[in-house]
Design a protein around this ligand. Structure first.
Ligand code: ZN
Length: 144
């Protein structure tokens, strides 16, 4: 088990029209954040998310065009292939309050988005291929 501490906290907005995933990735790389936690709220004009099929072991993408609320954006930053890598999930709300969501992909366009990133130090998590799931998960990170 690792016990990281907060190193820096970044607070700001993602530019109107920007790609949400690419913007988060750019922040991680530009600030060299190798371990961190991401949270945010806002709205999208076009959203692209994915669902991981555990039997097929592949992602199926879904597109939600038009305005949606970002009710919850949660993610983390760790190292994959030696570089800062963002993994984020998002819950979106529609005009009747209905929710959809999934694994955030490139192609999601921001209407407005307020983001807080907590950079952590004192631990390092690295993604490696996990044969049990077919995913790139944190290696040697079990809490128990
Ligand atoms: Zn995911």
């Amino acid at each position: 088990m690792t016990t990281p501490r907060i190193k820096r906290i970044f607070v700001g907005t993602i530019q109107h029209g920007a790609d949400l995933y690419e913007s988060l990735s750019n922040i991680a790389v530009a600030e060299d954040i190798t371990l961190g936690q991401i949270s945010g709220i806002g709205a999208t004009t076009h959203a692209v998310v994915a669902y991981y099929d555990q039997h097929q072991r592949q992602y199926t993408s879904m597109v939600f065009p038009g305005g949606m609320e970002i009710l919850s954006l949660q993610g983390n930053i760790s190292l994959r292939d030696g570089k800062p890598f963002v993994h984020a999930h998002i819950i979106l709300g529609g005009p009747q309050g209905q929710t959809v969501g999934g694994h955030l992909l490139s192609g999601t366009r921001v209407f407005a988005c307020e983001v807080i990133v907590h950079e952590l130090e004192g631990a390092q998590l690295t993604r490696e291929y996990d044969p049990a799931t077919g995913l790139h998960l944190w290696k040697h990170s079990s809490l128990l």
